[in-house]
Design a protein around this ligand. Structure first.
Ligand SMILES: *Cc1c(COP(=O)(O)O)cnc(C)c1O
Length: 471
C-alpha cells in the first residue's frame, strides 16, 4: 500500500514512513492511494472475529511493511479486556428501538481517543526499536488528547512525552489523570497561560527545524493516519453487533470536532461496509454542520470559537476535513489545493454550494449533519437518565440529538459514545443535580502525588526544559 498527499506531492510512501510524520511535505494530509474493497464473503469471515483479530485483518490491508506476525502481536497486545474493560472491547447496547450506543470510552482515560492512541503507542515503540531511534513527543492539550497520549506512551521505550497544558484550566479530574502519572518518560508542563499559548509554543518549537531535528521532536495529533486507521476498526465491530447479516445497512452518528472520528467512518464506507448515513454531530461550533447544510466551509477565528459544555468539539477548523474533501472532489489534487491553499488560506472560506461535487456529499458519500446547544445537551442527559437509566456525557448527548433527527425506518442508528460522563462531571451535575459514578480505579485520584513542572508561556523556557530532560 502506498500513501499520497492530498495536495499532490509526487512522493509515495509506505505506512511506517508516515507513521512518525505529521503533515506531508507540501502541507497536505496522507491518504492511501486506494481503499481496499471488502466484499460480502470477507465480511462474513470477519463477523465473529474477536476485536484484536478484526483489527489485524483491517490493518493488514493498509500496512505491508510490518511482518504479519508482528502486526498481529501488536493488535493482540493493544486490544485486551484488561485495557478496555470487556471482551467485546466496544460493546453495543440498544437504547431504544433502533437507536444504539457503541461504547468506545472504557479505555485508560475514559474517552474514545484511547482506541487509537493505545495502538499508536505500541506501533511507535515497535518502529522506534526497529530503527534504533528515539522520539520526543511534544503536544498541547486542554484535556482528552494529552491524557490519551500519556497513557498510551507511558513506560514505552524510545519515547518521551512533553505535554503542555494551561495551568489551572483543566478540570480537577483531568489534571489528576495526567499529573498523577509517575513514569519517567512522561513530562507534564503546566504553562502560565491559556490553551492557545500552549499551542503557539508547540508550533514555535516545531518551526525551529534545527531544534526539532536535534531533539527528534514529533507529535501525535489527530491528522496522524495510523490514528484514523485504528478508528476504522470499530465501525466494522459496531456494524457486526447491530446486524445479523451483511445485507443490512446501518447508520452512524459521530460527535465531531476535528473530523477524525467520522472520517474513519467514511473510510469504512469507502471500503464497502454497508453504511447508509454518516451523521456529523456538532455543538455550537458548527463549522461542519454549516458545510453539510450549505456547501460553504468557513473557518472561525479564535474569538468566534465558543467555549461549550462539550469542549472536545470546540474547534474553529476541522483538521481532518481535507481528507474527505479530497475524495469529494474526485481526488483532484489541483482542485483540492486551490480550495485549501488559495481560498481557505486567502479568505478563510471556500464555497462548493454551486459545485456538483457538493451534492455528492450526501448522495454519494452519505453525509448528513446536525447542531446542538447547551440546552439540548442538558435535556438529552436528563431524558436518557430518566427513560433508560443511562448516563451519557455531553459529547455523546450531542450525538443522540443529531441521531434522532436522521432516523430511517428499519436502519439501525449507532451513536458513538465518545467519553464517559465522569470526565465532564460539572455538566452532569448541572443536568441532574448529582455527580456520575466513578469507575473504582479512579477513586481518590485527585489526592495522588502530582508530577508536573510549571513554566511561563515562553518558548525558550520550554526548549530549555526539553533539552535538559533529553539525555
Ligand atoms: C476528540 C473528541 C471528539 C471529537 O473527535 P474528532 O475526531 O476530533 O472529530 C468528540 N468527543 C470527545 C469526547 C473527544 O475527546
Amino acid at each position: 500500500m502506498n500513501y499520497l498527499s492530498t495536495r499532490g506531492h509526487p512522493d509515495r510512501k509506505r505506512f511506517c514512513e508516515i507513521l512518525l510524520e505529521g503533515l506531508a511535505p507540501d502541507g497536505g494530509l496522507y491518504l492511501p492511494d486506494h481503499y481496499p474493497q471488502v466484499d460480502s464473503a470477507t465480511l462474513a469471515k470477519w463477523r465473529n472475529l474477536p476485536y484484536a483479530e478484526l483489527a489485524f485483518q483491517i490493518l493488514s490491508l493498509y500496512i505491508d511493511d510490518i511482518p504479519p506476525a508482528d502486526l498481529k502481536a501488536i493488535c493482540a497486545k493493544t486490544y485486551t479486556p484488561e485495557v478496555f474493560g470487556t471482551e467485546e472491547i466496544v460493546p453495543l447496547r440498544e437504547l431504544e428501538d433502533g437507536v444504539y450506543l457503541e461504547a468506545l470510552s472504557n479505555g485508560p482515560t475514559l474517552a474514545f481517543k484511547d482506541m487509537a492512541m493505545q495502538l499508536l503507542g505500541n506501533l511507535f515503540e515497535y518502529e522506534l526499536a526497529r530503527r534504533g531511534a528515539e522520539l520526543n513527543i511534544l503536544g498541547a492539550t486542554s484535556g482528552d488528547t494529552g491524557s490519551a497520549a500519556e497513557y498510551a506512551m507511558r513506560g514505552k521505550k524510545g519515547v518521551r512525552v512533553f505535554m503542555t497544558s494551561p495551568d489551572g484550566r483543566m478540570s480537577p479530574f483531568q489534571q489528576a489523570q495526567m499529573f498523577s502519572l509517575q513514569d519517567e518518560n512522561i513530562h507534564n508542563i503546566a504553562i502560565t497561560g491559556v490553551f492557545d499559548d500552549c499551542q503557539d509554543i508547540v508550533k514555535a518549537v516545531s518551526n525551529d527545524l534545527g531544534f526539532k531535528r536535534k531533539y527528534r521532536i514529533g507529535t501525535v495529533n489527530s491528522i496522524n493516519w495510523a490514528r484514523l486507521l485504528a478508528q476504522v476498526v470499530y465501525y466494522f465491530a459496531g456494524y457486526f453487533q447491530a446486524t445479523a447479516s451483511n445485507d443490512k445497512p446501518v447508520s452512524f452518528t459521530v460527535p465531531s470536532g476535528n473530523f477524525g472520528n467520522v472520517c474513519a467512518g467514511h473510510v469504512a464506507r469507502m471500503m464497502g461496509l454497508p453504511i447508509q448515513t454518516l451523521v456529523v454531530a456538532t455543538n455550537e461550533n458548527d463549522v461542519l454542520d454549516e458545510f453539510f447544510r450549505t456547501g460553504i466551509y468557513r473557518v472561525r477565528a479564535a474569538a468566534d470559537t465558543h467555549e461549550t459544555s462539550s469542549p472536545s468539539m470546540d474547534i474553529s477548523k476541522a483538521s481532518n476535513f481535507e481528507r474527505f474533501v479530497f475524495d469529494l472532489v474526485g481526488r483532484d489534487a489541483t482542485k483540492l489545493r486551490s480550495l485549501f491553499v488559495d481560498e481557505l488560506g486567502g479568505q478563510g472560506r471556500f464555497d462548493l454550494s454551486g459545485d456538483p461535487a457538493f451534492r455528492q456529499a450526501a448522495e454519494r458519500f452519505g453525509f448528513k449533519s446536525s447542531r446542538s446547544t447547551h440546552a439540548d445537551r442538558l435535556a438529552i442527559i436528563r431524558d436518557t437518565d430518566k427513560r433508560f437509566a443511562t448516563l451519557v456525557d455531553p459529547h455523546t448527548a450531542d450525538g443522540l440529538k443529531a441521531a434522532r433527527e436522521h432516523l430511517a425506518p428499519g436502519v439501525p442508528m449507532v451513536v458513538l459514545e465518545t467519553a464517559l460522563p465522569i470526565k465532564f462531571a460539572a455538566t452532569l451535575v448541572e443536568a441532574l443535580g448529582h455527580e456520575p459514578a466513578r469507575p473504582a480505579r479512579f477513586e481518590g485520584i485527585e489526592a495522588l502525588p502530582k508530577r508536573v513542572v510549571k513554566l511561563p508561556a515562553d518558548v525558550e523556557a520550554v526548549k530549555a526544559y526539553i533539552a535538559q530532560n533529553c539525555d
